[in-house]
Design a protein around this ligand. Structure first.
Ligand code: TYD
Length: 210
């Protein structure tokens, strides 16, 4: 397998999709095949799981934290098997919004589950596949909430969580990034879009010449 697997992480509203789009374009201009995808929801099964996880509402009642972690893991298993590995096998660059680190930060650090246990089920679901690079777009939860309000629309189940939850998630991401600086690039998400892109491209360029 010789493709490149890049994931983007961070709180809601940190600008992951914008940066993923820009990075995808930059890579395509270099003649590479790019697969842009996301979790949850990157497959047909995943789209169903995403609907339940984020917009289930009263229909599904209160979701137990272990059930929630397993649903994200199920989405991941299907996505890795059907989309990510096949893409890497044909030497594509996969640029993906959210991956295992989101489970560690949201289900682990943000909730009652043990981070190492979440890591175990997630790693099993992904059959041990870790990204070459994970870009953390780090943003203060108050600033993300402000961006969300400006964007309009209604908050999904996780977006509606209290600020303490989002702060725990942010701290969780930062702790993960500190532990693994080889895989992670932390970027201050309050910087201008083009400045963020420049920092991302500097790091990705290094991967292309590895
Ligand atoms: P989405 O709208 O895709 O993300 P964003 O807000 O970044 O645009 O929503 C995905 C939500 O699912 C987000 O709130 C984080 C959460 N999530 C988890 O809790 N665990 C996970 O493993 C993943 C992949 C996402």
């Amino acid at each position: 397998m010789s493709g490149i697997f890049i994931t983007l992480e961070g709180g809601d509203g940190a600008g992951k999709s914008t940066q993923a789009e820009l990075l995808g374009q930059w890579l395509e201009q270099r003649g590479l095949e790019v697969v842009r995808t996301r979790e949850p929801g990157g497959t047909l099964l995943g789209a169903e799981l995403r609907r339940v996880l984020l917009h289930g509402g009263d229909e599904i009642g209160d979701v137990d934290p272990r059930a929630e972690a397993l649903l994200y893991a199920a989405d991941r298993a299907q996505h890795v098997a059907k989309i990510v590995r096949p893409a890497l096998e044909r030497d594509a660059v996969v640029v993906q919004d959210r991956y295992i680190d989101s489970s560690l930060a949201y289900q682990g650090a943000g909730r009652v589950l043990d981070v190492d246990e979440v890591r175990r089920i997630s790693e099993w679901a992904a059959d041990g596949l870790w990204p070459h690079l994970t870009i953390l777009l780090d943003l203060d939860p108050a600033a993300s909430a402000e961006r969300r309000r400006a964007r309009g629309g209604t908050a999904d189940r996780l977006e509606s969580e209290a600020v303490e939850f989002h702060t725990a998630v942010r701290d969780g991401f930062r702790a993960l990034a500190k532990l693994d600086s080889e895989r992670y690039l932390i970027v201050d998400a309050s910087l201008p879009i083009d400045e963020i892109q420049t920092r991302i491209i500097a790091r990705v360029s290094g991967l292309l010449t590895r």
